[in-house]
Design a binder for this molecule. Structure first.
Ligand SMILES: CC(C)(COP(=O)(O)OP(=O)(O)OC[C@H]1O[C@@H](n2cnc3c(N)ncnc32)[C@H](O)[C@@H]1OP(=O)(O)O)[C@@H](O)C(=O)NCCC(=O)NCCS
Length: 168
């Protein structure tokens, strides 16, 4: 569904230039490399609960790339290990987004740049709405999703927010 592209360069607002490429199907090594750079707190925020390790089944699921699943991975120059990953799971013309940045590279604009790029790819592929599930105590993730669109619909279930961003 979403076409493959070559690596491209993004320039986050405060941080180093990023080289971004799509994940190849089955590349669990890259998924694990980002996970290993995340603190317990970031892992909890990303997976909505404690997640000290990823099972091989979870890793395989996170590394699925097909007509419904699309993943971008980001690198900074001089660091051979990926620094961020963002994933879309499409369902019709809507797609659920999930994203993470290695702790040592957070607060540099990398998350914003990577998710904006993913949203642009989604829009180009005909996706009209991006849905993010984030905890209400995760203001950075909420701010990041807010950047995707001015047209937001937010619903709450307990401490979790479902944010729907119209991107068409
Ligand atoms: C969420 C996450 C990806 C953000 O990545 P990041 O690279 O640190 O984010 P950015 O530097 O692009 O900042 C995002 C925005 O949050 C804003 N922000 C930072 N701290 C904030 C705070 N305490 N309150 C509100 N907004 C805040 C930033 O100012 C920025 O907005 P701006 O571009 O208008 O300045 C990163 O914190 C992360 O990996 N968290 C763990 C995983 C997670 O929570 N995933 C979300 C659920 S899938």
């Amino acid at each position: 569904m979403l076409g493959l592209m070559q690596g491209r360069v993004l320039r986050p607002r405060h941080g180093p230039a990023l080289t971004v490429r799509p994940l190849r199907h089955g590349d669990t090594k890259t998924v694990l490399a980002v996970f290993e750079r995340m603190s317990d707190q970031s892992r909890r925020a990303r997976f909505h609960g404690p997640k000290p390790t990823l099972s091989s089944r979870e890793l395989a699921q996170l590394a699925i790339v097909d007509e419904r699943h699309y993943v971008l991975v980001a690198y900074v120059h001089g660091d051979s290990t990926p620094v961020a990953i963002a994933r879309l799971a499409c369902n019709g013309d809507a797609a659920e987004i999930a994203f993470a940045v290695a702790d040592e590279y957070q607060q540099l604009g990398i998350g914003s740049a990577l998710t904006a790029e993913l949203a642009a790819d989604a829009r180009a592929a005909g996706i009209r709405e991006i849905i993010a599930h984030v905890s209400s105590d995760n203001p950075v993730a909420i701010a990041l999703v807010r950047h995707l669109s001015r047209a937001l619909h937010i619903s709450r279930s307990g401490s979790e927010l479902a944010i729907r961003a119209a991107i068409a």
